[in-house]
Design a protein around this ligand. Structure first.
Ligand code: FMN
Length: 135
């Protein structure tokens, strides 16, 4: 069996540590039912829908244990949904991975993490305007 043509997974929006807002990137923390469906840790450009709605939103997501923060020990999925400003708590979300951007890193300062995240979102918007590049 070859590669699946798409890589998708579902989850539910839960409350995170609320650091994202302070960092300037409010992220939706996603509780994933089936962790086996996740790709490897890293940062990805994704398309997101809120079933049963079918409208697609662009997003930049991070999968990993946020190594910049020693107090995070579990594997998390966090989504910065582009141009979106709504209350998503308890919403069901479906992600389709469009492109791999990079691995997870431990940054020495919050400024570095914020700068890198801004660059990720810019790269993600470009990737989403191009054909899919699956990992
Ligand atoms: C696009 C993007 C890239 C990220 N990259 C990293 C990373 O390389 N290293 C890291 O420790 N955390 C990374 N994060 C996770 C942030 O640490 C996390 O979103 C932030 O701490 C807010 O978490 P909270 O919503 O649980 O408060 C990334 C988050 C996003 C949205």
């Amino acid at each position: 069996m070859g590669h699946p043509s798409t890589l998708s997974f579902r989850g539910t929006v839960v409350h995170g540590d609320k650091r994202g807002r302070e960092l300037g990137f409010p992220t939706a923390n996603i509780s994933i039912a089936d962790h086996a469906a996740l790709p490897i840790d890293g940062v990805y450009a994704c398309w997101v829908t809120f079933p049963p709605a079918t409208e697609q939103h662009g997003a930049t997501i991070s999968i990993g244990d946020n190594p910049t923060f020693d107090d995070v020990t579990d594997r998390r999925v966090e989504a910065f949904i582009h141009d979106f400003d709504g209350d998503l708590y308890d919403a069901e979300v479906e992600f389709t991975v469009h492109a791999w951007l990079r691995g997870m890193f431990r940054y020495e300062s919050l400024v570095e993490l914020i700068e890198k995240t801004a660059a990720d979102v810019a790269a993600s918007r470009i990737a989403l305007a191009l054909p899919p590049q699956l990992p």
